[in-house]
Design a protein around this ligand. Sequence first.
Ligand code: MN
Length: 285
Amino acid sequence: MSEIKHILVTNDDGISAPGLLALAQEMRKFAEVTILAPDRNWSGSGHVKTLDRPLRIKEVVLTDGSTALASDGAPSDCVALALLGFFDQKFDLVVSGINTMANLGHDVTYSGTVTAAMEAIIWNVPGIAFSLGTNEKHSEPLDYSTAAQIARQIVERTSFHTLPDGMLLNVNIPYLPLDQIKGTRITRQGLRVYRDRLDRRIDPRGRAYYWIGGDAPTGIPEEGTDVGVVADGFVSITPLQLDLTMYSVIPTLEAWDWNLPSHPESLLEQNFPDGAIREAIQKTK
Ligand code: MN
């Protein structure tokens, strides 16, 4: 059992995003909450460490009248600032979200929401990312209340256990009314299908510029995966780790002859023993 007294809340949609406030309000029901989030939208920014400029933090007032802190860094910078000593207090948990759209399959390395939770793991604090399990862009304001309630239940549940070191949770909650959500499933990462296209345009000075755009990603709704269970109306909880090693191929790769010739000329000699290419290289020197 791990007592959760103090929670850091962040996101990647920015300090004014309603999903951040909804999550913070639910977390306040059972722990002290501190909000430090980016001052703008960093969706799709990935795992960032800002090294080439200073980071600044300012106090802001949220729409419910509570105060929060905003930084000009990325979501992962916000977590690093908090866990490396900006605050005097320690944190027992970092929660990130609630993101406006799903973070499924390969989304996890693009996602500022998920990479904020990854940053927490680096500093040995448990991290949980929460996203609305929808791929659609909604024109009406989104209702985060159901997802926020579920987020609180999940955090409360984890407090009865000890989360394994080095693990973060990626949670996707279907964008459905509470009575239509079928339950919770522990999942593995599924497969996203990206439908990006390169859109080339010309600026007013005649120079080309580019957008990476296209239709929203779909996914392969395989059983047991995040993509599959969210499509079925379940909350998906995927345990993630930062170790991206592809263990299954290590024996295969070990069997390859990796004793490469140390110099490109000797490689060429092996393949072209008549020395013709060697001569050509000598001439270019
Ligand atoms: Mn986002």
